[in-house]
Design a protein around this ligand. Structure first.
Ligand code: DC
Length: 238
């Protein structure tokens, strides 16, 4: 896929209106460390679709705020900041104002920051059109917390992908250790449960399972099995 620059709101709205009806979207929502990013990316690759990692946008805002001295609790300033950010996704890489920020954006600290900035409706509204621009031919796989409930409410294919918190903590722990980080399983579990609680309980676009979403518990599934189940659901709904 060619890089998708995140462009201004006016252009985004025109694109959204023109393309909304026809272009398929697979909306995958679920809690952190559920594996939805890996599954979504593989599904996108198999179908030749674009991929939107919506969590990365919130992570980038958290990073830019930290660098710019803006508090993660200041929703209006975060929303204003978001309008100034030049973000480009290129494959697995994320660029902010031309700088490759892939590693820092995916850190645990920015995961926590993302969950904190994401509670603000002003910021969520600002990022809505930005995300909808990713809906381009031949299709999109989007993962996050509110893909099926808000951003791509009209998606034909919705999946709620989860795993129990202990399985998710172990997966995240192994990832951290694998990358040479120091980690304590009990702390990873506590962080995941705190993030779940914040993402589910916030007033704006909380993490919920949509009625029309396939519930997919990956606690006992391999990645390949989860990918196959999403593809089956896509074929069934399209
Ligand atoms: O998927 P992730 O771990 O990269 O997401 C980081 C945080 O961003 C998550 O804890 C909540 C927030 N988020 C959100 O509120 N809405 C989304 N669509 C995606 C992420």
């Amino acid at each position: 896929m060619s890089p998708i620059p995140v462009i201004g709101t006016a252009t985004a709205m025109k694109t959204k209106r023109r393309e909304r009806i026809t272009i398929p979207v697979i909306a995958i929502d679920g809690p952190s460390a559920s594996g939805k990013g890996t599954v979504a990316q593989r599904v996108a690759r198999q179908l030749g679709f674009h991929y939107l990692d919506s969590g990365a946008l919130y992570r980038i805002v958290a990073l830019a705020a930290e660098r710019g001295g803006i508090e993660w609790s200041d929703g209006d300033s975060l929303a204003a900041l978001a309008t100034t950010l030049q973000i480009v996704f290129e494959g697995d890489e994320i660029f902010l104002h031309g700088e490759n920020v892939s590693t820092v954006v995916r850190s645990e600290a920015m995961g926590k920051g993302a969950s904190e900035v994401a509670v603000h409706q002003a910021l969520r509204s600002q990022l809505l059109n930005v995300q909808q621009v990713f809906r381009r031919e031949p299709g999109l796989v989007a993962d996050g917390r509110d893909m099926g409930s808000v951003v791509f409410k009209d998606a034909e294919t919705k999946v709620f992908l989860t795993a129990n918190s202990h399985v998710r903590a172990e997966r995240r722990y192994k990832q951290l250790i694998g990358k040479g980080n120091h980690a304590i399983l009990a702390h990873v579990l506590a962080d995941i449960e705190a993030r779940d609680a914040r993402d589910k309980s916030r007033a704006s676009a909380p993490l919920i399972q949509c009625d029309d979403a396939l519930f997919l518990d990956t606690s006992q599934l391999t990645i390949d099995e989860a990918v196959e189940k999403v593809l089956q659901h896509y074929r069934h709904t399209n």
